[in-house]
Design a protein around this ligand. Sequence first.
Ligand SMILES: [Zn+2]
Length: 270
Amino acid sequence: MPELPDVENFKVYFRRNGLNKKITAIECSTPSLIKEVRFSDFKKKLMEKKFKDVRRRGKFLIIDIARIPEKLIIHFGMTGGLSYAEQDTERKGRDRFSRLIFKFDNNEELRWLNVRKLGKIYLKKDPESVELIKELGPEPLQISERQFFELLRKCQNKNIKAFLLDQRNIAGIGNIYSDEILFRAKINPHRIIETLSKIEKQNLYQGTINALREAIEIRPSYGMYGIRFETDWLLSHRHKDMECPRNKNHKLKREIIAGRAAIYCPICQK
Ligand SMILES: [Zn+2]
């Protein structure tokens, strides 16, 4: 699923390709993915308008539209992305799953891709009126170590991986990056928060910041998620050799933890 660094990448992609162009047509093959507004009304609102600005909140993109107060809100679900292409060129590969298409007056179009149809689109004046946005915890790259510790303190009895995954505690982290963060902090994903030492909590904070920042820096220049990680990342071994990046003799373990398929090094992560 696209997580914070992926959606940050989509933001850059949207900003580069989708802003300040007049919308001349809108197509949607799966109108049920547009929530709380009929597609005909959605279309009426957006036709002849321009996207003005885009920001990210958690795993959502929130897009300002010139001349109307509503914002376009995009969630990518499990398998989403964006694609910018010349109008009506063949939709190959992932582009076969273009569910919503904005055509612009420059003869190009922005496609919202969604393979498994688990994404969501909203058109709302107040993004906070979307329950999932209203409930979001703080952005991990915008909080201090003290604020991070405070979030942990409120969830003493929780499992640490479950804590990282829950968008209400902290926004934007999913299964993939929670594994990487815990590996960097050398914390076993089975741990309960109240058992963490101060140093482990500090490592967790630093691991969170570093993993997310570095993933954003190696951002690919396309609108799909899937970053190619260096071999010192846990994530680069996930679908390959299952070797620990710190020691070839450690075999990574795959287990369901907090309802998700976690991987970790049972030797490095205590
Ligand atoms: Zn190891």
